[in-house]
Design a protein around this ligand. Structure first.
Ligand code: SAM
Length: 283
């Protein structure tokens, strides 16, 4: 990725950093999404303790807890402001030993091949590499010895999550969604930003079949695939708020895990960014 593009993305994510830890408080479905991802990660830890890279680790939603469990965690992010919050949170919680590094998932050349037992890249850093997502997948799989857990943008749920509304509002006809449907890519240029200043940076959204094939091509066998959080994203928020504090919550998560992994659900759900999750092991 070009230095200009990396600088642009770092600035964008720096601007989001202070809001990032508040997302779960603002949206109970986000909290459930996190709990489902935690369970997926736990199932794929190749041993305990293990060496782990949280790539695009943000404010430490996963890295801090995983380090608290005794794993040797490297937390890499493009945004220094994200890292600053993660560092402070870890320190406030008395969690030591996380190696914080600023860098891009498209270039992990400071790390040798297969140096981490498991590599995480959660909530769409791969998708935000847009045309360079292949380089990110090359690098993330190269540095993993045993396993990867990724979550990326889900192509059909991105279309359902507002793509059609956007096109009909601004163009009165389908425009961007046709290209997203065909290629997975949304190029957010000046023209689109003038129509809607709050758009996320350009992205690539995957189909489930495409994501599986990308990992198979890089020597990893998918073990789990889910439209993670699809069911809760479509459920009444007030009812979910009661559920998460009830004794029935774990039972609900058990059910949602089965539901979100159904072939008929894989392209669905409305929690746009990061709701296609995959875990895979080296063949
Ligand atoms: C939506 S946040 C997710 C953070 C974290 N993985 C989580 O699930 O809470 C996306 C993160 O990816 C980081 N990011 C985006 N592009 C990146 C890149 N090319 N290399 C490294 N980090 C990147 C951003 O700075 C941001 O912290």
């Amino acid at each position: 990725m070009s230095p200009d593009r990396l600088a642009f993305l770092a600035t964008y994510w720096n601007g989001k950093a202070s809001l990032e830890p508040l997302r779960e408080q603002a949206d109970v479905a986000k909290r459930i999404h996190t709990d489902l991802l935690r369970r997926l990660i736990e199932r794929h830890l190749p041993g305990s303790p293990c060496t782990l890279l949280d790539a695009g680790g943000g404010t430490g939603r996963f890295s801090i807890q995983l380090a608290a469990q005794g794993n040797a965690v490297t937390h890499l992010d493009l945004s220094l402001d994200m890292i600053k919050i993660a560092r402070t949170t870890a320190s406030d919680r008395g969690v030591a030993g996380i190696d914080f590094i600023q860098g891009s998932i498209t270039d992990l050349s400071t790390f040798p091949d297969r140096v981490f037992d498991i590599v995480l890249c959660i909530d769409s850093p791969i998708s935000f590499c847009h045309g360079d997502y292949g380089a990110a997948l090359d690098e993330l799989t190269r540095v993993s010895r045993n396993a990867v857990v990724f979550s990326v943008m889900n192509r059909t749920s991105m279309i359902m999550a507002g793509g059609v509304d956007f096109d009909l509002t601004h163009f009165g006809t389908l425009k961007t969604v046709k290209n997203v449907f065909e290629t997975g890519n949304l190029l957010v240029d000046d023209q689109l930003l003038q129509l809607h200043a709050g758009l996320m940076p350009s992205w690539h959204a995957f189909t489930p079949e495409e994501l599986q094939a990308e990992l198979l091509d890089r020597g990893f066998r998918p073990t789990e695939l889910a439209a993670i959080g699809a069911l809760s994203s479509l459920t009444n928020k007030e009812l979910l708020l009661k559920l998460v504090d009830s004794p029935h919550y774990q039972d609900y998560l058990d059910f949602e895990e089965k539901f979100d992994a159904l072939g008929s659900v894989l392209g669905g759900g409305y929690s746009g960014a990061g709701n296609l999750a995959i875990a895979a092991v080296r063949r």
